[in-house]
Write a protein that binds this ligand. Structure first.
Ligand code: COA
Length: 255
């Protein structure tokens, strides 16, 4: 990365010419996302929207782990203190409202929001070893990030139900077949392939790309309304006995 590198603890933002890379950087926890990470990503997306110089944003993770999803310890704290935190909701909205093309480099596991955030991305490159899973119901929860709307739209109800409700994981090949992923490559080539796609997008006329992207994505209001509805259910589910038991079981498991 060349210019304007900004280092935070667990999210590293670096601008490489017209491409902003937002790297999740909590490898010791498989990039499980905390409130401070959500806030850093939200800031980085909002800044990118305001900057004419940035023409594409790439989400990247750590080797083997794109993201293990929301931090379950924080889920348990949220359950005890009355629900989903504003930082999480702001992140979900920033993701949906983001105006710059989004590319993802999925080098390994993508769980929960690590998978559902990909439904907001425009081009996804995955390692052949990557896996995609959304164990919401197993955790006593419901799908989030408008995945209950965008999932069936992207892959049809049958595949979305198996992924989002039954919690069955997808291999990289199956995720490509389902339309969640554009390209599957060797793990060592994920980032260079994603950067090549990002540069290709960034080289196109920005105004035409922005308008075309907005046309393809359809009504933003519908997505935001779905995030709001999911949030109501999610907040309620977080405090359910089912969810608390699942969080406690994960946090106290012996390995
Ligand atoms: N929240 C909090 N901590 C998490 C986490 C999460 N979502 N995912 C992983 N971690 C932590 C583990 O507790 C472990 O911490 P420790 O070393 O202090 O014990 C560390 O990250 C490494 O994870 P580990 O489980 O040892 O790695 P693994 O390769 O065996 O398994 C997963 C990886 C992702 C399959 C497994 O960690 C997992 O199931 N995580 C929960 C995923 C999830 O349900 N996310 C929420 C979806 S809504």
């Amino acid at each position: 990365m060349t210019s304007q590198a900004e280092q935070t603890d667990q999210v590293v933002i670096a601008d490489d010419g017209p491409v902003r890379v937002i790297r999740l950087n909590r490898p010791e926890k498989k990039n499980a996302l905390t409130q401070s990470m959500y806030a850093a990503i939200t800031r980085a997306l909002r800044e990118a929207n305001k900057s004419a110089a940035i023409r594409c944003v790439v989400f990247a993770g750590a080797p083997g782990a794109f993201s293990a999803g929301a931090d379950i310890g924080e889920f348990l704290q949220s359950a005890q203190s009355g629900g989903l935190r504003p930082t999480t909701i702001e992140f979900l909205q920033a993701l949906a409202k983001n105006e710059k093309p989004l590319v993802a480099a999925v080098g390994g596991l993508a769980v929960g929001i690590g998978t559902t955030m990909l439904l907001h991305c425009d081009y996804v490159v995955a390692a052949s070893s990557a896996t995609f899973a959304t164990p919401f119901t197993r955790l006593g929860l419901v799908p989030e990030a408008a995945s209950s709307l965008l999932g069936p739209r992207r892959m049809g109800h049958a595949r979305a139900f198996a992924l989002l409700v039954m919690g069955r994981p997808l291999t990289a090949a199956a995720a490509k077949e389902a339309g969640l992923v554009n390209e599957v490559v060797d793990a060592a080539r994920v980032e260079e392939t994603a950067m090549a796609a990002a540069r290709e997008i960034a080289a196109l006329p920005a105004g035409a790309v922005a308008q075309s992207r907005a046309l393809l994505r359809g009504e933003l209001d519908e997505v935001i309304r779905r995030i709001d509805t999911e949030t109501l259910h999610f907040r309620e589910r977080l405090q359910s006995a089912e969810a608390r038991a699942a969080f406690t079981a994960f946090l106290s498991r012996s390995k």
